[in-house]
Write a protein of this length. Structure first.
Length: 169
């Protein structure tokens, strides 16, 4: 049975929350996605489905670059989640590829993320400082970016949607 990657649907909220709760040690990521959805900040939210069951999810929300022009439009990838029994089977990679393509179609100029460099490099992500981007979290190599067209990124500090400030650190 194949895995289908598709946009999140209104009836998917509970199943997506269950995926997030199974993939992470706390409910922070599930709560984050709920808040982003509630405030209309999900630029792209995709579900991985197999046999009618949602087994993975990826979300992208708007980011800004402090001091940049208003037309600089970026997205933050967070979170990416796959049910534990489906991890290491390529589901996450399918979600990332489909999410990146959906963001590009939506007119996003760049994507940023905090994640494992070895994992995300294969999708074209680079250390964000190489593109002149900084972050508020003190992350170094884990802060990565993918630029869709030249000069989509401007130098500055990336700010995530306000819902990220509510995360427990």
């Amino acid at each position: 049975m194949e895995i289908a990657i598709r946009p999140e649907r209104p009836g998917d909220c509970t199943a997506i929350r269950q995926v997030l709760l199974s993939a992470f040690p706390t409910e922070q990521e599930a709560n984050l996605v709920d808040r982003l959805r509630l405030h209309g900040r999900l630029i792209v939210s995709l579900a991985a489905e197999r046999g009618g069951e949602i087994i993975g999810q990826i979300a992208f929300s708007p980011v800004t670059v402090h001091g940049a022009r208003a037309d600089v439009y970026g997205a933050g990838l967070a979170p990416l989640a796959v049910r534990p029994e489906w991890q290491r089977r390529g589901v996450g990679a399918q979600l990332v590829r489909a999410g990146v393509a959906a963001c590009e179609r939506a007119g996003v100029g760049f994507i940023v993320l905090l994640g494992e460099p070895e994992y995300y490099r294969r999708f074209g992500f680079l250390k964000a400082t190489l593109l002149g981007l900084d972050n508020e979290y003190g992350a170094d190599d884990a802060f990565m970016a993918l630029e869709f067209f030249p000069q989509a990124v401007v130098t500055g500090t990336v700010r995530y949607a306000p819902e990220f400030n509510e995360l427990q650190v």
